[in-house]
Design a protein around this ligand. Structure first.
Ligand code: NAG
Ligand code: NAG
Length: 299
């Protein structure tokens, strides 16, 4: 899975050290560090584990969230994923954006190989970042953030939006969904240059809790687990904020989840945990709804 920010990881590690007896437990926010491999924080830098390479345009809503490392340099570090909801709104995880200055954040879409295909002309700055006000870094609840893009993203054959689920309507346990991202391909590995994907089934919250409760982690109703009992396929660090997409009955992809956290990556009985987007439709609509009517379009 992907991880969150360095300071958050340190805070979580400190929390877990106090509250969890087994040292195998390490909550991995699935965000940062695709480019910067110099830190030794074990929560950093992972990609999809057990997946395969995607092809350009397979997930037109998949975006990359980057931060400019210095206002005088043109070095932009990709550190999380995001999804395009319309040509002016994207959505990610709050653990990706929390504490970061809006003016240093950028998004890019239509990228396959983030090391080689990314040009300055692909970058959009942000007008606003709306972190969920009730985000909790200990429980990871409300790990969702809206990004108002500065300008309108041009939709084409490889860039487009993903539809939101209806309020309180989730994919059923057992539904096979798809995760995607540039995160690590192994736990504590480095980020992937190309966008990778994997199929994962939705896991019932009761079952997911029965697995996670042994390491004293609670999965709440506003979170959804996806993966396998035996592990092997998962999101990882660097995938945070990216999509868990599930097809509805008519074959349209809906944004079921936002990559949030895990314990390790692809470990048995430690599936990826995602923000359950269908619980946040009113929150999203309250902030961005009035813009969707004008700007939302479907590829
Ligand atoms: C959605 O779920 C929430 C939390 O369970 C509940 O309070 C709300 O009434 C539900 N709304 C609808 C329209 O089902
Ligand atoms: C399929 O589902 C999407 C998302 O809910 C909806 O927007 C669209 O109208 C549906 N299409 C058909 C043909 O029912």
């Amino acid at each position: 899975m992907v991880s969150r920010t360095a300071c958050l990881l340190i805070a979580l590690a400190a929390f877990l050290a106090k509250h969890v007896s087994s040292d195998e437990v390490f909550v991995i926010p699935k965000a940062p560090d695709l480019a910067d491999q110099t830190n030794d924080n074990p929560g950093h830098s992972q990609r999809i584990v057990g997946g395969t390479e995607s092809y350009l345009g397979e997930f037109p809503w998949q975006g990359l969230l980057l931060e400019q490392l210095s206002s005088i340099s043109n070095f932009y570090r990709p550190f999380c994923g995001c999804s395009l909801l319309s040509n002016t709104w994207a959505i990610t995880a709050t653990h990706c954006t929390e504490g970061k200055t809006t003016s240093i954040l950028y998004v890019a879409f239509g990228i396959f190989d983030q090391e080689n295909d990314l040009d300055l002309s692909d970058l959009y700055s942000l007008l606003s970042v709306y972190d969920h006000p009730d985000y909790n870094s200990v429980t990871s609840r409300n790990d969702i953030s809206l990004l108002r893009i500065n300008g309108a993203v041009t939709f084409n054959s490889v860039i487009g939006s993903i539809a939101l689920p209806l309020l309180n309507v989730s994919a059923s346990p057992g539904t096979t969904c798809v995760i995607s991202g540039w995160g690590s391909t192994v736990y504590q590995g480095t980020g992937s240059s190309t966008l990778r994907k994997a199929d994962v089934p939705i896991i019932d919250n009761y079952i997911c809790n029965s697995w996670y409760n042994s390491v004293r982690i609670t999965i709440y109703s506003d979170q959804v687990c996806a993966g396998y009992e035996l592990g092997g396929v998962d999101t990882c660090q660097g995938d945070s904020g990216g999509p868990l997409a599930c097809k509805n009955s008519n074959g349209t992809y809906l944004l079921e989840g936002i990559t949030s956290f895990g314990v390790g990556c692809a470990t048995a009985e430690r599936p990826g945990v995602y923000t359950r987007v269908s619980d946040y439709i009113n929150w999203i609509g309250g902030i961005a709804g009035k813009y969707f009517k004008k700007s939302c379009s479907v590829i």
